[in-house]
Write a protein of this length. Structure first.
Length: 521
């Protein structure tokens, strides 16, 4: 089957990028020919990409990179010429592009972006002799592009499209959203929460009848449990690969200044530091932006560390709030609670927005528990930042950890990183809201009763002590008591989420075979 996917961004890093890369691999493994349009100019470097097409010569040219697979499937990636302007949901820096959010670009610019992609899709469809199935990612603008190119499709609503574009400017984007839903044979959402958010934008019987549950999947071969004794060696092996990567000269003409830039040596040093932890190992993996709630984890860490001395916390990710988080971590480590409170009061301004306090952190620091400053000082030196890791590097390092904290304060479509941690037998401690709560509820149902309550915490006034309590309790347990829970976490993920099932759901939604898919109630 020839499957066309439109995804207007990269193929690594976070969220929908990992979703589309993983989906393409799964479809190819099932024997399908995948034709994926995106803006990843470095796509040739992915070992699962078999051919690469672009319009740099003025017309579509496709370069074969690898011979066809024995099973018949394969992935061809195409990079349309969008004339330099890349609309995004959350601002990041992409080399070679003028980057603005959907809410910042004008209507004429938006139409030029859509038209450029429509021409590319039509070229690809002609070149491959038609598409048997299609997937449009995000409520805007993937569906508009495929619809104008004459395709019916499955629509995948990721959540950022609603949160950062459609709902904030509903009058402007509702027509695009309505057309997106009307042109879809099936609409996939990661959680019931996102289904509810979609109804805030488009709420009519025809659309609601097409909505089905379609969460992302987990590569359960990539994310596998690791005996705890093997954790330090795994971390050092991953660090060694990163140090080797740091020795590779940059490609001629490579552009700097991207949000995706990283220092492999920094990451390697952080993983080696984590390997040396005399106690538990804890990770955060995600964007470093205010809405991900990393400030709550940093504030909770001294209390958790007090229950499990010798433990270490690694922050993995990139984003505009990293510098502020490093300042917060430094102030806490020194016991300078007034400085930490000042950072909390400035809040969103330190990410580049308007000055707006972080209410939960501010409230906690106004009345910290007795002995908190001393606990902060005792935890000094037990927090490190690794910067960005590639998905495969996360999969190598995460199983060496004991717990992962997912403290987002913003609605989430799905708790992807939490599900991946669980597949590796690592306890995920998640904020109890939106799609993250749906993941933790599913996990809790399969866990021993004594530990079922550890996988989520309420986001509110008690969030910081709640994170600390769950994390401290888990880290303080001997491994023999954690082992049954670690095994149960993986069993739930293997049973409920896999990329093969995601691929089959996308094909069913594209064909309008909705009776095969679960409702998103």
């Amino acid at each position: 089957m020839r499957v066309l996917i439109f995804h207007g961004y990269l193929l690594s890093g976070t969220g929908s990028n990992v979703y589309n890369a993983s989906l393409a691999r799964a479809l190819a493994a099932l024997g399908h020919d995948v034709h994926l349009l995106c803006q990843d100019r470095e796509a040739r470097a992915h070992d699962w990409v078999d051919a690469f097409g672009d319009w740099s010569s003025g017309e579509l040219r496709v370069e074969r990179l690898r011979s066809r697979r024995p099973g018949g499937g394969g992935v061809t990636v195409y990079v349309p010429d969008i004339h330099g302007l890349l609309p995004v949901f959350v601002r990041d820096r992409y080399p070679g592009f003028e980057v603005r959010t959907f809410t910042e670009i004008g209507d004429a610019e938006l139409e030029r972006y859509i038209d450029a992609n429509v021409r590319a899709v039509r070229d690809v469809v002609r070149a491959i002799g038609g598409a048997d199935a299609a997937l449009a990612n995000h409520l805007v603008m993937g569906p508009a592009i495929l619809a104008r190119a004459g395709l019916r499709y499955a629509l995948k609503v990721h959540g950022s499209d609603l949160a950062y574009a459609v709902l904030p400017e509903l009058d402007r984007f509702r027509p695009y959203a309505e057309d997106a839903c009307a042109g879809a044979n099936g609409i996939l959402v990661g959680s019931a929460h996102i289904a509810g958010r979609l109804r805030e934008a488009v709420d009519d019987p025809a659309t609601n009848a097409k909505v089905r549950l379609g969460p992302p999947g987990v590569d359960t071969d990539l994310f596998r449990p690791l005996p705890r004794a093997d954790g330090p060696a795994r971390l050092r092996e991953t660090a060694a690969r990163l140090r080797a990567l740091a020795q590779v000269p940059a490609q001629a003409g490579a552009e700097a200044g991207s949000s995706w830039d990283r220092d492999p040596r920094e990451a390697a040093a952080a993983l080696e530091w984590l390997a040396d932890a005399p106690g538990g190992r804890v990770a955060y993996v995600g964007k470093l932006i205010v809405s991900k709630g990393v400030d709550l984890l940093l504030a909770a860490w001294p209390l958790a560390h007090a229950r499990a001395p010798g433990s270490r916390l690694l922050i993995v990710g990139f984003g505009a709030y990293r510098e502020a988080l490093e300042r917060l971590a430094g102030a806490l480590a020194a016991g300078r609670l007034a400085d930490a409170a000042a950072i909390a009061e400035r809040g969103w301004a330190l990410e580049g927005g308007e000055e707006r306090a972080l209410p939960i952190l501010s409230a906690f620091l106004r009345e910290p528990p007795t002995g908190y400053a001393e606990a902060c000082e005792r935890a000094a030196g037990t927090v490190a930042f690794a910067g960005r890791l590639e998905h495969g590097e996360v999969a190598a390092a995460l199983p060496a950890c004991d717990a992962l904290v997912f403290p987002s304060t913003f609605p989430e479509a799905f708790g992807m990183v939490a599900a991946e941690a669980a597949a590796a037998g690592v306890l995920p401690i998640c904020a109890a809201h939106s799609g993250a709560l749906e993941v933790s509820r599913a996990l809790a149902e399969g866990l021993p009763a004594a530990h079922a309550g550890l996988v989520s915490f309420p986001v509110g006034r008690r969030a910081v002590p709640a994170i600390a309590g769950a994390l401290g309790e888990w880290l303080a347990l001997p491994e023999r008591e954690r082992a049954p829970t670690r095994a149960a976490l993986r069993e739930v993920v293997v049973r409920r989420w896999s990329w093969e099932s995601v691929a089959e759901a996308v094909l069913a939604a594209s064909a309008g075979e909705l009776e095969r898919l679960p409702a998103a109630d």
